[in-house]
Design a protein around this ligand. Structure first.
Ligand SMILES: C[C@H](O)[C@H](O)[C@@H](O)C(=O)CO
Ligand SMILES: [Mn+2]
Length: 417
């Protein structure tokens, strides 16, 4: 796209926004400090690099078989860097434990060590990507339906050990990068059919978490993620929203809000202000549920827009971590990263461009008509010109230009796998 055109459009946008009290330059500055945490698992359909890797379990599914998925650590790293080159700004990488650099050795989940992530830490430094982390309860012979809430002490202890070790890995990552590594804890535990022991499993999960979190670390932060249900685990989820909110509020833990983990009509945006009054920070797993937690690629839809607006309206940008979580195996996977990441960024640009001072003035004066009118008109303000300028300044493709770039990488690299 012609630079001249982008500049012209931006100058007009700058004036339009100034007229409603918004400084577009400030928005661009804020965007430069807005970092996504790219999930590593879109590149290979949540397979990972365990030598003993099993098929995907735990009530999650990557559907589709589009050719070209990353088959090893080098391909995955190359794909992530390629995707990142089309996403403006600097971003983090969110690793699951099964993506360790196991060097061809069988390393069971209760044996994982920071050394298995040494090459990731170096790679992160070389590529200016800070790391976040996740323990992995699924795709293992001991996963079953229950991990941290399993009444079998042997199995429960196995997963407690795994999760404790993951926290030690996250601590090393945080130390090495001079910035806390955010470690997410999600377990699939649940039941396909009615259980008559809801309390028992939740008490076990609570006890497991108490044991896991007993060690205090300085360079990592914990977040805990609930879910409404998993496939094959439809009747009961041990780690429900209420469970983790209670645990997080009581124990000062960060809550992870996965936008695919709630009832379809539930507003995730509405949770932000309530949670931030009781827990220190939030982690997001921005996704797109289609009828269920189908993990479709994030787009610039109303729920995502509402969520980001709410974060801005709460003045909570630095209390939220912006992870993505989707895995679509039916389309070009690098394209999926780029679409979802840019969609999240576009939502943030638009959210930051809201004429909030004016809107709040109207609200304080009881001017309901004026508030609604401006809320409607802001939708048609030229936010896209600010987004284009942000892309231009960051030397990444403007608008749809990245489609051809992704196609080129497909032709030259991923289609040959
Ligand atoms: C890979 C998983 O999707 C992820 O760890 C978890 O956050 C989740 O959302 C499970 O539904
Ligand atoms: Mn998630």
């Amino acid at each position: 796209m012609k630079e001249e055109l982008i500049n012209k459009a931006y100058e007009i946008a700058k004036e339009r926004y100034a007229a409603v009290g918004v400084d577009t330059e400030k928005v661009m500055e804020t965007m430069q400090n807005f970092h996504l945490s790219l999930h590593c698992w879109q590149a290979d359909d949540v397979t990972g690099f365990e030598v003993q890797a099993g098929s995907l379990t735990g009530g999650i599914q990557a559907t589709g078989n589009y050719p070209g998925k990353a088959r090893n650590i080098d391909e995955l790293r190359a794909d992530i860097l390629k995707a990142a080159s089309y996403i403006p700004g600097t971003h983090r990488l969110n690793l699951h434990e099964i993506y360790g650099d196991f060097q061809g050795k069988v390393v069971d989940r209760d044996e994982v060590e920071p050394e298995h992530f040494k090459s990731w830490i170096e790679w992160g430094k070389e590529n200016n990507m800070k790391l976040d982390f996740n323990s992995t309860s699924f795709s293992h012979p001991k996963s079953g339906d229950l991990s941290l809430s399993n009444p079998d002490e042997g199995i429960r202890n196995f997963w407690i050990e795994h999760t404790k070790r993951c926290r030690a890995v996250a601590e090393e990552m945080g130390k090495a990068q001079g910035d806390p590594c955010i470690m997410n804890l999600w377990v699939h535990d649940g039941s396909k059919d009615i259980t008559v022991n809801r309390m028992k499993y939740r008490a076990l999960l609570k006890d497991s978490l108490d044991q896991i979190f007993a060690t205090e670390y300085k360079n990592m932060k914990d977040c805990i993620e609930s879910k409404v249900f998993g496939i094959g685990l439809e009747s009961y989820t041990v780690g429900s929203n209420d469970f983790y909110i209670g645990y997080g509020a009581k124990n000062n833990k960060m809550i992870t809000l996965d936008t695919g983990h709630f009832h379809p009509t539930e507003s995730v945006a509405d949770k932000v202000s309530s949670l931030l009054l009781y827990v220190p920070e939030l982690m997001l797993h921005v996704s797109r549920p289609v009828r269920w937690d189908s993990d479709h690629v994030t787009i610039m839809d109303d729920p995502t827009m509402d969520l980001f607006s709410e974060i801005v309206r709460c003045n909570a940008l630095d209390r939220v971590h912006y992870g993505l979580d989707y895995f679509d195996a039916s389309i070009n996977r690098i394209g999926a990263y780029v679409i979802g990441s840019r969609a999240a960024q576009k939502c943030m640009v638009r959210a930051l461009l809201e004429p909030i001072a004016k809107l709040r003035e109207y609200e304080a004066n009881g001017q309901g008509f004026q508030r609604l009118a401006l809320l409607e008109e802001e939708k048609a303000l030229p936010w896209n010109a600010v987004w284009d300028m942000f892309c231009l300044k960051n030397n990444v493709p403007v608008g749809e230009e990245f489609i051809a770039e992704v196609e080129k990488y497909e032709a030259e690299v991923t289609s040959k796998r």
